[in-house]
Design a protein. Structure first.
Length: 137
């Protein structure tokens, strides 16, 4: 997986929901305070969401997706209708400066690479052993 390709920038393997929320809010031209006001919640709640200290409930997620012009699925997973990449070339929002979240992103990227490598190895083993792993119905 290439974290620098636009279609993968906000994937769940690279970015957190807080990253996607912050980027969508920035793209919509809203401050954290303005978004909190529109949602009728405290500023600290939006900050907690963007810093991945908490997550919005389902009704707020639906409101956020509509307000920020992204799909609910994109907010949750990075797949679907949403942003393709950051405007500045690096993650937006307060969470981008948190070294622990940066480490988490790096680890997720490494795990994704290892998973792809494991899949290739399994495919190679399955290919050399024939169809002995097929389950009978």
């Amino acid at each position: 997986m290439d974290a620098e390709s636009p279609e993968e920038w906000f994937s769940s393997d690279v970015a957190t929901m807080g990253d996607r929320l912050a980027a969508a809010r920035d793209t919509a031209g809203l401050t954290q305070k303005a978004l909190a006001s529109r949602l009728g919640i405290k500023l600290s709640t939006v900050q907690a969401w963007e810093e991945d200290r908490s997550e919005p409930r389902s009704n707020r997620l639906q409101m956020l997706a509509g307000m920020l012009n992204v799909s609910l699925m994109w907010l949750l997973t990075g797949q679907g209708d949403g942003l393709t990449g950051p405007q500045t070339g690096k993650p937006n929002g307060a969470a981008a400066d948190n070294p622990l979240l940066q480490s988490l992103r790096e680890i997720r990227h490494c795990v994704a690479d290892l998973d792809a490598r494991l899949s290739r190895l399994e495919a190679a083993l399955t290919g050399t052993e024939g169809k002995s792993d097929e389950r009978s119905a």
